[in-house]
Design a protein around this ligand. Structure first.
Ligand code: 5RP
Length: 231
């Protein structure tokens, strides 16, 4: 394994660019959210200038805005409910390729797009690779149900914290008009069970646990000299 790259931006760029090289002419691509996928879009933009024809489905306002700046044609899940490939970042990746996502509060649309994709490429730097998922699990909820959802999350043995805005007073409002609760768990030993349990709480829109896509997932771990591709 290549030693951890000192500058995460170098690793992110390497992973992002490698994913962009896997895109083939005519594909419909899910465009994830976050700094690593921005590099994928940067490289896709150059490939489009060179003649590549694709259309992307953005998973957030941030991605849609950047895609337009990069002249990446956009489409929707209404027009393409099944897509060739989704490319996205992650906050944690475990050895079974289960993920935690949602630092950018975009995980609900990201999960819809990943579910629609025949293949899911996850672009990360080495720091995201963990032996056991144990970070904050972002949970998008409807504001109406904040109190009972908080209580039920406490019953799952986590510390739930309402995510507050930066340069905005009060709660973060997602692109879907909802709140985010960051649920701090200790080690997550049964992520599939936890994903299902959180999903059953009335008022929860979606959690940032991504356990259902491992069969179609490829993880690209960026490095200074080369990328590691798993599996
Ligand atoms: C946004 C996400 C991002 O994909 C995830 O946070 C990774 O972001 P970055 O590539 O900036 O590290 O889930 O909701």
């Amino acid at each position: 394994m290549e030693s951890m790259t000192r500058d995460p931006a170098v690793a992110k760029r390497a992973a992002g660019y490698k994913a962009a090289e896997m895109v083939k002419d005519g594909m419909i691509i899910g465009l994830g959210t976050g700094s690593t996928v921005m590099y994928t879009m940067e490289r896709l933009s150059r490939r489009i200038d060179e003649g590549l024809t694709i259309a992307g489905i953005p998973t957030s306002f941030q991605t849609a805005i950047r895609a337009r700046e990069y002249n990446i044609p956009l489409t929707t899940l209404d027009d393409h409910p099944v897509i060739d490939l989704a490319i996205d970042g992650a906050d944690e990746v475990d050895p079974q390729l289960r993920l935690i996502k949602g630092r950018g509060a975009a995980h609900t649309r990201e999960k819809c797009v990943a579910a629609a994709a025949q293949r899911f490429i996850v672009v990360v730097d080495e720091q995201k690779m963990v032996t056991c998922l144990d970070g904050l699990v972002p949970v998008e909820i409807i504001a109406f149900a904040i109190r009972p959802v908080m209580d039920q999350l406490l019953n799952l043995n986590c510390t739930p914290i309402l995510r507050e805005g930066v340069k905005k007073d009060g709660p973060v409002i997602t692109d879907n008009g909802n709140f985010i609760i960051d649920a701090k768990f200790k080690k997550i030993t049964k992520p599939e069970k936890l994903e299902a349990s959180i999903g059953l709480i009335p008022g929860v829109v979606e959690s940032g646990l991504f356990c259902g896509f491992t069969d179609k997932t490829t993880v690209i771990v960026g490095g200074e000299k080369k990328c590691r591709v798993i599996p």
